[in-house]
Structure formats: C-alpha cells, structure tokens
Design a protein around this ligand. Structure first.
Ligand SMILES: Nc1ncnc2c1ncn2[C@@H]1O[C@H](COP(=O)(O)OP(=O)(O)OP(=O)(O)O)[C@@H](O)[C@H]1O
Length: 251
C-alpha cells in the first residue's frame, strides 16, 4: 500500500517549548491511523500540523517536512486553502454552522464556486448518504443543523468535510462528546470511509483505537515511541513504555 503522508524529522515549538521532537512517520493511503498517548504528549499538535492549523497560533515554529502525495505542505508554494480542502478536519465538539442542514453541506462547495442548484442537491444527498445521515434528515434539510443530536451533528460535520472532496480526514477525538450508541455509529462510519479516504484519528480511548484503526502510533512527551500495526501494538508492543501505557500503568 502506498504512503499518503510522509513525515520526516518534524519538530514543532510553541515559543520556547518543543512540543514535537524528530517525528518520523509514514501514513498509509486508505487506512485508519490512530494516534494515542497520555494527555499533553503532542497528539493534537501533530494532527493539526498535517493541515497547518498550528499556523494560526502565534509563536509556532516548525522544522522538517510533512509530505502529502510527495509535496511538502510546509513549502512556501503551498496554498493553504487548497491544503485544507484536501485535508479535512473533524473536532471533539461537533461544530455545525448555525445554518440549515442543507446549507451546512453546500457551504464549502459554494465557496469553491459551485452555484448550480441541481449539483448542490446531488452533493448534499451523496455526502449525507455517505455519512449515514440521509435517512434521518432527508425530510428536514431546511431546518437548523443545531436541532440535531450530538451524534447526528458529528455525522453532519463529516458530510460537510466530504462535500469538498478531501482525500485525507483528520479527526481529533471525534467521539469524546458522544454517547455510546452515537460512538458506535461513528466508528462504523470511520471504518466505511477508509475505503475512499486516508484517516488519521486522535483518541484517548484505546478500545476505540483497537476497533477502528489499522496502524497506531504511540506518543510520549512529543516523541513517537512506537508505530506499528494496531493489533501488534496492543498485543505485543516492542517498547516497555508502550506496554506500560496500554496496560494502564500511566496516562
Ligand atoms: N496553543 C498552544 N500554545 C502553547 N502550548 C501549547 C498549545 N497547544 C498545546 N501546547 C502544548 O504542547 C504540548 C502538547 O499538547 P497537545 O494538545 O498536542 O497534546 P495532546 O497529546 O493532544 O493532549 P490531550 O490529549 O490532552 O489533548 C503540551 O505541553 C501543551 O501544553
């Protein structure tokens, strides 16, 4: 399987504080890669580095490279609007816009120049179907997205990401605000989506990492301690620190 994202000698500093150290990681295409580790170890910082969301934070400095399809996203020529179109992001708290369900999905395509009503209708139906939400909302497309349940809102946000045709989807603890049933539906959706998309997910929940991911990277103090097939990392870790973490001895 091809590598979609290749991270080489990547370091990130918040002012004086180095949050990521010498990160080396090859993320495979159309797989789910989980990032695990104790609080504050740099998982979210790394995830946000992939689509340069950290650029928005004053004082952030990086060295090294993150290549997607062979192109360094930190190169001067990188167009950030295009980068974030290709690399979509889903956060902990579902964050639909205070608009109708339809307009939430149509928002991105409209920005990218699609105005034709029939085309927009198609995108709305296709992405809501892909996100396993169509049947629940097809009769209320013009009601506010804020009236949906938390789990429905998170699937709507995923449909909104899909509407601009990304190829990588970053998820930062996407189920942490959801109840168990919504979490299960979201996990099923993640597994379905990897047929078409490369997914990188930060999770605090090790069972969740074990259920949805193919590969897992264990972070500690800004470094990757171990990266391997999920099954192997959870059953036969090669580093004692990974073993201590997955067996609940810290974090
Ligand atoms: N905006 C910021 N400004 C300064 N330092 C930050 C900022 N965001 C994170 N950090 C620091 O970077 C380090 C890594 O934080 P990060 O949020 O990436 O870890 P994490 O593993 O995702 O933690 P959690 O699981 O608690 O979300 C921490 O020391 C944190 O204090």
């Amino acid at each position: 399987m091809a590598d979609k994202i290749v991270v080489h000698d990547f370091n990130l500093y918040y002012g004086e504080n180095q949050a990521l150290k010498d990160i080396e990681l090859n993320i495979e295409e159309k797989k789910v890669t989980a990032l695990i580790g104790p609080s504050g170890c740099g998982k979210s910082t790394f995830l946000r580095s992939i689509n340069r969301m950290n650029d928005l934070i004053p004082g952030v400095r990086t060295t090294g490279s993150i290549k997607i399809d062979g192109k360094n996203v930190y190169s001067e020529e990188q167009d950030l609007v295009l980068l974030r179109k290709h690399v979509g992001m889903v956060f902990q708290q579902p964050n639909p816009f205070p608009l109708s369900i339809y307009d939430n999905i149509a928002y991105g395509p409209r920005i990218h120049g699609i105005k034709d009503r029939k085309k927009l209708d198609e995108i709305v139906e296709r992405t809501l179907t892909q996100a396993n939400l169509w049947d629940e909302v097809k009769d209320r497309l013009h009601s506010s997205a804020l009236g949906l349940s938390g789990g429905q809102q998170q699937r709507l946000v995923i449909a909104r990401v899909l509407a601009v045709q990304p190829d990588v989807i970053l998820m930062d603890e996407p189920a942490s605000a959801l109840d168990p049933i919504s979490t299960e539906r979201l996990e099923e959706l993640i597994i379905q989506l990897k047929e078409e998309y490369t997914i990188v997910i930060v999770t605090h929940n090790m069972q969740q990492a074990a259920r949805v991911s193919d590969m897992t990277a264990f972070f500690l103090n800004g470094e990757i301690i171990e990266y391997s097939e999920t099954n192997r990392l959870f059953t036969n870790p090669s580093d004692s620190r990974t073993e201590d973490y997955i067996s609940g001895r810290f974090g």
